[in-house]
Ligand binder design. Structure first.
Ligand SMILES: [Zn+2]
Length: 241
């Protein structure tokens, strides 16, 4: 290899590898694209309708306070639960269901399901499905990836069993901050008809989230929005086509 070619190879190869890694990383965190199966960050509709979603619960002191707010507003939401949190708080999980909200699968351990074996990922899905069935959940169980991360194995397994993967298009990023004003404005600036809104009822303490949910529901209602579960939203989106 002459000197010029060697330099081109020495510079080019790491760049190609870097490009590939950056591309895969972008793909793993995309809200709107995955390699296999159905991914829903929102639905297309002109109707003022949105789905409120809560991840990582159930958690005492948070999920119950959010349920109280939703009940006060007469609003139904969707809770993507973590299997081990259901095991710790079965009564709270049952309360979510009893109050008419939708519950979905957010894995068992909440580990990133990227670069994991198919059997590991399948077990993460199956264990939480079994817990939800044990609570009496019937019909399809929607799935949402922990940390919003997926690459090849997770979408492939979900598509193989005809499972819908739900992301979001209006995010509070309440895992980063608990500033009520910021959480509220982030959601209000990105929400539109057909949006799927993301908050967290699990994880670290979320006093800001609890207040922001109350404000966001109030503001959206004042703008004429109504709230439905994710499954109801998907049906409305299908009708709009
Ligand atoms: Zn999560």
């Amino acid at each position: 290899m002459n000197r010029k070619r060697w330099i081109r190879w020495a510079v080019g190869t790491p760049l190609v590898v870097l490009g590939l890694v950056v591309g895969l990383w972008q793909l793993s965190r995309s809200w709107t694209f995955q390699l296999f199966g159905e991914l829903y960050p929102r639905v297309e509709t002109t109707e003022k309708v949105v789905a409120l979603t809560f991840d990582d619960g159930p958690k005492p002191g948070q999920t119950d306070r959010i349920l109280d707010i939703l009940k006060r507003h007469g609003v139904k939401a969707s809770f993507f639960m973590v299997g081990r949190s259901i095991e710790r708080n079965p009564e709270l999980a049952a309360r979510v269901l009893a109050e008419g909200h939708q519950v979905g699968n957010h894995s068992y351990s909440h580990h990133r399901l990227v670069l994991k074996s198919p059997s590991y990922v399948q077990e993460e899905i199956d264990k939480t499905d079994a817990l939800l069935r044990g609570l009496g959940v019937q019909g399809e169980i929607l799935f949402r990836a922990p940390h919003g991360k997926k690459l090849v194995v997770l979408p492939w397994l979900l598509s193989r069993s005809g499972r819908k993967h739900i992301t979001f298009d209006a995010v509070s990023r309440d895992d980063e901050t608990q500033d009520v004003g910021l959480l509220t404005s982030r959601v209000m600036e990105s929400v539109r008809p057909g949006s799927i809104i993301l908050f967290h009822d699990g994880g670290r303490e979320k006093p800001g989230t609890i207040q922001a949910v109350d404000i966001v529901v109030e503001k959206l209602k004042a703008q004429g929005y109504r709230f439905v579960t994710v499954s109801e939203l998907l049906t409305l989106g299908a009708e709009a086509h």
